[in-house]
Each structure stands twice: as C-alpha cells, then as structure tokens.
Design a protein around this ligand. Structure first.
Ligand code: NAP
Length: 258
C-alpha cells in the first residue's frame, strides 16, 4: 500500500520508523522544505509544496497513493486543509494525528493571544526582555515593536524577513531540558515569553521553566486545523493503516469458500 505521511514533526518521524522495512507499506514522507538540514528519515522523502489542494490531488493520483497520514505541526493548518480537500476529491483515505494542546496549570501565568500580531500588542508599550519561541515566519510581526529586547531560538538562520532591531538569535533544535531552559531565561534576564501552544514533550520545558520563575507566557492560539480520521499517535496510525490494508485486500480463496 502506497502511503503519504505529511510530516516534519516528532510524530511523523516515529511513524516513519514504525513503517520502515515493513514490506506491506511503501511510504513517502513529505516535508515542507523550510529546514535546510531536516532530520534524516528511514523512508523515502520528498520536499516542498505540492501547489495547493489541486497540486496535491494530482500528486496523489500520479503516485497512486492509497492512504494519507497527516502528522504535521498543530500550526500548519493550510497543508491539512489542502490534504482534506485533495483526499475527498481523489477518494484517498486520510487519518490525522492531532497533538493535544498544553493546558495551563497552577502557577502558570498565561496570556492568550489570537495571532502573532495580538501577541505583539500583549507585550505593551514599556520595553521588555522577551524570549520568542516561535518559527522564523512569526518573528517578523515583532519588527513593529522595536522597543523590546528579544531573544529568539530558531533551528537555522532566518532569511528574507524583516526582524526587530534588538534581536539576539540562538540556534538549537529540541528536545530541551527544564534546567537548561531556566538557565537560559535567567542568563538573558527574560521577563516575558511568547510561545505557540505546540503541545508535546519536546518543547514543553520552557513552559515549566517559566512557571518555576513565575514569568508570564503570551500563548498564541492554535489555528483551526481540518482533519481526517483522528488517531492519537504513531502506533494508532499504523494500526489504522493495517485496518485499511485488510479492507482493501481481495478475499483469500479459503475466505470465499473455494
Ligand atoms: P502551512 O501554513 O500549513 O503550509 C503552507 C504551505 O506549505 C502549504 O500550503 C504547502 O504548500 C506547504 N507545506 C506545508 N507543510 C508541508 C508538507 N509537510 N509537505 C509539503 N508541503 C507542505 O504550514 P507552514 O507554513 O509550514 O507552517 C505554519 C506554522 O506551522 C508555522 O508556525 C510553523 O512554525 C509551524 N511548523 C510547521 C512545520 C512543518 O513541517 N510544516 C513544522 C514545525 C512547525 P502547497 O500549498 O504548495 O502544497
């Protein structure tokens, strides 16, 4: 069975590992292509946009894909909308692994912001020292609040975007550990954090560190992300694929009573 995994996340890498070497599945992981050095995958990889829902539908047909698993990031809503539309159009079955959002607990000081722009407004007028735990694309919103000092952590150097003037960049890829996160916040004298509610364990340490230091976190809301059949994790996605496989297999001679 030819399977497309829309990836770029911990979940897609876990699923690729589960399916690699399983002769029943011929798997391609698709990456957005934003990272120059993505994590190595144990299955075939393609990279870059498909050209909207139409392009993805054409690609699914050309590649004879039988099932799509959407394991993309909670904030990557466009590719999920495209996948739902393309699968509906081509009759390809689709499952999605939605990553549960973090929930605020006792001691957390979260300020909800609907968008990165609203997060800029939430910082206020008085200069602050802000840790931006965001993707490269969201950083540009902060260029219009140049009074703050920013520390932003990215996977690699941002190119071709307007950045705030007082910005210090740190390059690192998760998972991160709470003690190191606390040390980083203290060393840079951070008084506010801006974060996406990415969910999962790999980047939660900064939220725990903020709680320990009693720092406010401006939390940018998740976008609406269309989905196929919901499966909780990579193991459940494999079980769903196995179920799809058995429902597609022709009945054996004995099953037909021959
Ligand atoms: P998006 O807004 O959902 O996607 C924009 C376009 O990028 C899609 O329409 C598609 O282009 C292409 N694309 C996205 N994911 C793809 C994939 N796995 N394979 C092939 N093409 C893909 O997502 P985004 O612009 O990548 O990111 C939006 C937010 O999600 C940001 O906050 C980002 O930091 C976060 N995020 C995304 C990823 C990721 O792997 N995408 C990982 C971590 C965080 P076409 O329409 O041309 O097909």
């Amino acid at each position: 069975m030819r399977v497309l995994v829309l990836g770029g996340t911990t979940e897609s890498t876990s699923l690729a590992r589960l399916l690699a070497g399983d002769a029943r599945f011929d798997v391609i992981v698709s990456l957005a292509g934003r990272t120059r050095q993505p994590r190595p995958q144990p299955v075939a990889v393609r990279s870059g946009g498909f050209g909207g829902a139409d392009g993805l539908a054409a690609w699914l047909r050309a590649e004879r894909i039988a099932a799509v698993i959407d394991a993309t990031h909670p904030y990557a809503a466009q590719i999920s909308a495209n996948a739902v539309a393309a699968c509906a159009r081509t009759g390809v079955t689709m499952a999605s692994i939605p990553r549960p959002a973090w929930q605020p607990g006792p001691g957390d000081r979260w300020i909800e912001a609907a968008t990165p722009q609203a997060a800029v407004d939430a910082l206020g007028v008085a200069p602050r020292r802000v840790f931006l735990s965001l993707g490269r694309l969201e950083l540009q919103a902060f260029a219009r609040a140049p009074q703050h000092h920013y520390v932003a952590r990215l996977i690699e150097q941002p190119e071709g975007i307007a950045l705030p003037p007082r910005l210090q960049l740190i390059y690192a890829r998760g998972p991160f550990d709470e003690t190191a996160e606390r040390d980083l916040l203290i060393a840079h004298r951070i008084d506010t954090i801006v974060s996406k509610n990415s969910g999962g364990a790999a980047t939660y340490a900064k939220i725990a560190a903020a709680r320990a230091l009693s720092l406010p976190v401006v939390m940018i809301d998740r976008p609406h992300k269309p989905a196929g059949t919901i499966v909780p994790d990579a193991l459940a996605a494999r079980a769903w694929l196995e179920m799809m496989l058995s429902s597609h297999e022709p009945a054996s001679p004995s099953a037909r009573g021959v």
